[in-house]
Write a protein that binds this ligand. Structure first.
Ligand code: ITT
Length: 202
């Protein structure tokens, strides 16, 4: 069958398409259908994922898959969490020559540095996948990837906060490791494994 991928984030679209590739689904991006971006008014990843999936299913008349994800930093009480994308827009290191990198993750790092150099840097990426069908049915799958934050950013692959996140048990950031390997251990891979077991019966 075909599945609308209800994201306007090209990094996510690329990962979700790669993860779905073995299952013979035809992926249609929300962007290519010109679907609107609904306001993410939920207070949890699951609420926001469902808002996005339902909106795309209603507008397209097709099954739709949405991803709501973010970073929870232990020393910040789990923030930025559902506000991870909002925090990424802050320009904490304005005026720094490396600001293209720093713009994406400077606020989290700035807050950690204010807490002092011995602050616990553990964090986890979270991903909630929601599938909605035009008849109103839906399913939700949650995934996590524990790790820690590093500074300065390292690596060119992936997207978003990947250059500052080291998954547990590795030394490289998500932006330095082979992307096939990221797809075997990431928060998105964890949620996806549950989706596949439930939807594709393997
Ligand atoms: P859509 O809502 O259109 O899907 P978005 O970018 O607004 O796109 P979210 O609201 O779910 O998506 O925000 C997710 C944030 O978490 C965003 O800042 C991402 O950069 C970051 N993020 C999520 N998964 C990530 C990953 O695998 N690697 C790095 N950063 C990630």
């Amino acid at each position: 069958g075909s599945l609308v991928i209800a994201t306007h984030n090209s990094g996510k679209l690329k990962e979700i398409s790669a993860l779905l590739d073995p299952y013979g689904m035809k992926c249609i991006s929300a962007g290519s259908l010109g679907l609107p971006e609904p306001p993410e008014t939920g207070t949890t990843f699951a609420e926001n994922a469902l808002i996005k999936a339902r909106s795309a299913a209603e507008a397209s008349g097709l099954a739709a898959l949405a991803d709501d994800s973010g970073l929870g930093v232990d020393a910040l009480g789990g923030r930025p969490g559902v506000y991870t994308a909002d925090w990424a827009e802050r320009q904490w290191f304005e005026g720094d020559p490396g600001r293209d990198w720093y713009m994406a993750m400077g606020k989290v790092e700035g807050m950690l540095q204010q807490l002092g150099s011995d602050t616990d840097r553990s964090a986890a990426f979270h991903c909630v996948l929601a599938i909605a069908w035009p008849d109103g049915e839906h399913a939700i799958y949650e995934g996590q990837c524990p790790g820690s934050l590093t500074w300065p950013p390292r690596g060119e692959m992936g997207f978003g906060y990947d250059p500052v996140f080291i998954p547990n048990g590795r030394e490289q950031t998500f932006a330095e490791i082979d992307q096939a390997e990221k797809h075997s251990i990431s928060h998105r891979a964890d949620a996806f494994a549950k989706l596949v077991a439930d939807q594709f019966g393997s």
